[in-house]
Design a protein around this ligand. Structure first.
Ligand SMILES: [Zn+2]
Length: 144
């Protein structure tokens, strides 16, 4: 028997007026309802705590993954005579030339007096302002 039931039982035999008995009974009803609400809220709180913990772990995992990707994709970028040079894990940690406009890799021409052309001659059409030998020479000197 719960405390409320004991109390309800006790007021039956109390030498008090009907009005007082009625008020006590009403107070017990309210107390019972409040206890029911507390039980519901505690259950909800437990569910939310578990959900929060799952979200927190998920967030932690996402942060670690982002950090890993950030380190993987990190590149140093330098411009040498208008040509974009990049160095990172995808270039094998070597300085490699890229188009400064569309960022595709570029290749040096066999003829050192040729300019450097973007690999995409239809859409990007970028061409270096200086000949490839000069850019190559300067990149060797300035990029370590
Ligand atoms: Zn390009």
């Amino acid at each position: 028997m719960g405390m409320l039931e004991v109390a309800r039982d006790a007021i039956k035999d109390l030498p008090v007026s009907e009005v007082i008995r009625e008020r006590l009974s009403l107070a017990f009803d309210r107390l019972e309802e409040a206890e029911r609400q507390i039980a519901i809220l505690q259950t909800e709180k437990g569910g939310l705590q578990a959900q929060f913990e799952r979200e927190r772990l998920d967030h932690e995992q996402t942060k670690k993954e982002l950090q890993r990707l950030h380190e993987l994709l990190h590149e140093e970028v330098r411009l040498v005579r208008g040509v974009e040079f990049r160095k990172g894990s995808r270039t094998g940690n070597e300085w490699q030339p890229f188009c400064p406009k569309c960022h595709l890799p570029v290749v040096f021409s066999r003829d050192p007096s040729d300019p450097i052309f973007c690999q995409d001659p239809t859409v990007c059409r970028w061409v270096s302002g200086e000949d490839s030998s000069r850019i190559q020479h300067e990149s060797r000197n300035s990029l370590k």
